[in-house]
Write a protein that binds this ligand. Structure first.
Ligand code: FES
Length: 143
């Protein structure tokens, strides 16, 4: 193999690796849970965060037919959660979750797991909802 061909092949391999890692990270975000509405709360079982082998998921994405956007719920401890509306505060595109951050596919804004803007063009934090845990259920108040 000639040097030029070798460099070209390595370049394509690197690009393929980068693409694959971003796809796999995106797959990690497929922790979709269908919530139920109880009064003004979106409710999911606490064990929605269970991941087998007593591991715990960092986050889940909760959907309901009555909601225009899903809600991403990050778990920091058994009693500390953050629920973020997955609507970009720039122009309203639905966000995607990548581990500890949410990204906007429209213009690239990024938010952390507390909903704070990390990269624009968005300049406003995400909408958050109060979360409480009772009777092994996570209640996300939509009021
Ligand atoms: S709509 Fe999200 S960055 Fe523009």
């Amino acid at each position: 193999m000639e040097r030029k061909e070798f460099v070209k092949t390595c370049g394509f391999a690197c690009l393929g690796g980068l693409f694959l890692s971003s796809v796999l990270e995106g797959c990690a975000g497929s922790k979709m849970i269908a919530g139920t509405i109880v009064n003004a709360d979106l409710v999911v079982p606490e064990n929605s965060f269970a991941e087998g082998n007593s591991a715990v998921k960092k986050y889940i994405v909760v959907q309901h037919d009555s909601l225009k956007y899903p809600v991403c719920v990050y778990r920091f401890s058994a009693t500390e959660y953050t629920a973020l509306l997955m609507r970009c505060t720039h122009q309203g595109a639905e966000l995607q979750v990548f581990g500890d951050r949410l990204e906007c596919p429209a213009h690239g804004s990024q938010f952390d797991n507390k909903g704070q803007v990390k990269n624009g063009p968005a300049d406003t934090s995400l909408r958050t909802f109060p979360v409480i845990v009772k009777n092994n259920q996570i209640h996300i108040s939509l009021k």
